[in-house]
Design a protein around this ligand. Sequence first.
Ligand code: GAL
Length: 684
Amino acid sequence: MMSNDFIHQAGFLHGGDYNPDQWLDRKDILEEDIRLMHQAHVNCVSVGIFSWTRMEPREGEYDFEWLDEVIDRLWKGGIHVILATPSGAKPAWMARRYPEVLRVNERRERLLFGERQNHCLTSPVYREKVRAIDTALAERYAAHPAVILWHISNEFGGTCHCENCQAAFRNWLRKKYGTLQELNRRWCTGVWNQWYTEWEQVESPSPLGEMSCVSLRVDWQRFMSETCADFIRMEKQAVQSAAVKLPVTANLMERFWDYDYFALAETLDVVSWDSYPEWHSGDDIARAAEFAMNHDIMRSLKKAPFLLMESTPSQVNWKNVNKLKKPGMHTLSSLQAVAHGSDSVQYFQWRKCVGGPETFHGAVVSHNNRADTRVFRDVTQVGEMLERLRPLAGTPVQAKVCIIFDWNCRWAVDFAQAGLKGQMRYFDTVNGHYRALWEQGISVDFCDMRACTDLEGYSLVIAPMLFMLRNDFEKKLKEYVSHGGTLVMSYFSGLVDDTDLAFMGDTPHGLTEVLGLRVEEMDALHPSERNHTMLYGKQYEIADLCELCVPEGAETMAAYQQDFYRGLPVITRNHYGEGQAYYIAARVEQAALNAFYGKLAGQLALRGHPFADLPRGVTVTVRGNCFFVQNYSGVQQTVHLPCTFTDTLEKTEKNGPVALEPNGILVLTRTTKEQNTELMIDKD
Ligand code: GAL
């Protein structure tokens, strides 16, 4: 059984992290938990994530009896198990006996035992110990009918700077560049006399040493990313060494930039991730657009449904302000994940810890052990809904739009000394473009600049801030447009190659003909400064970054209204080959992006749903035959249904104006008589 086949058996997974090893002295709790799990419509829990010392109390001495009992009893109760490898937190005995497993930070200090995900991924001892316990787990549990998936480690993150890692980094560089001369050339080390004359002189980036060389820093991230991928492959091989080969996942996290997730995903059978939006802490609409994008990125890593591996059933305890979810928000945010391609709603965690750092983190079952709580009722409701939506599990999400989002580009933008120090905001910039589509209910895929990326088939490709180009990606974009595609590119694009050397010649590199312009300079604005532009008869603000472009064939759709570059283009359009390319030269406000993409969506028939004029803060996400109508506005809204739908959750028919509560959601399918009705498409 590989990839998401287990979904076809279990339907949507509903459950969460479960740590019964924290109270092995309370046998009654396991039985009580299984009873409550049924009540909450929970069908799957993740076990063993931080249980290494329970499994191997002394080096080489395994104790799995307690785990046998937990898994057997769960299975008897009909609960599936996602079994974790415990490599996310090492045992104390190991740290003491083999200090080399302890991570060294960028200041070259070796850390002490404690916390988690702070071991060295290149340490041979660590790898040997992980391989051994993973193999033992596989031999014992791979064939157990309860176990459906391996959960490798927990939220890989961070980097180690020990001598092992330094030596491995140098080897990696040797393989990549062949000679030191080539490394010196590609890193442009002549600047500030950073020449290397022996390989041993090369060190990982450090605030005590070199931090200014972007090429070094990007290569270090790539090296660490490949090291992590290699570590996952090692664990995967160990757990799949058993006769029964179960699929493998590793839980990823939002805004974890240490590793290139597109590269990590290649090692996984299923992508899963942990989602912790900060609801009710400012603008919920913006938050929803941000997390919709996170879900879509995760789905795009393997172009397949993913798993929501963790989310909180109520509140977290590690943010500055740990807010409760307001009524409705638990269902809304859980089904948001499902709408964007998740085949599960899993929580951290099932039962609250009695002690330790997460004592006050939300859980399905609190210290009071009650099922008559608001949180338990919310969770039960989601469980019931997932059962009703069961036919949707495993269904892919179809998108006509692709946004380029590349970890390498993110690193390069972040490290670059240009424009606005520390404020170039790659993720947020991409999210601005995404949001304009999300508000209209248009599905979006993401891809990066890997050689295998295929753009054909998309009606629209968006490349915001494509600062670093790699793998000749500009050629792919050019071909895409010449074959009839529509490209939107934004400022700060096509400036450096994959080792951060500036392209010599006009920029955006390789695309000036496609865009019908060249960029000459980029102005940065103080926080209070604004420029303005007119688009489709309305005035919009511009902040932060303003490029000065020279049109060479492109038509100007919007121009600067102030400063010495007044009249120069802000938004342009150019025909190239069979297609067209737009360029957005400045950071225009969100409303301008909304207007721009609103028009484009009509022209390219991007909407896959029939809802026109959605109220502010209400959006629609389409998965399979379901329309998820979601209200993030914080107030009641009226949605006008354009035809008769079946409300899949309430099992009733609905049409005309429908009231949607604050944090409300409707999951609608077309009634049989409406199935063949043409979608209403904006034709302007
Ligand atoms: C996650 C982590 C879990 C738990 C959770 C709390 O990032 O994987 O183990 O700590 O946060 O929100």
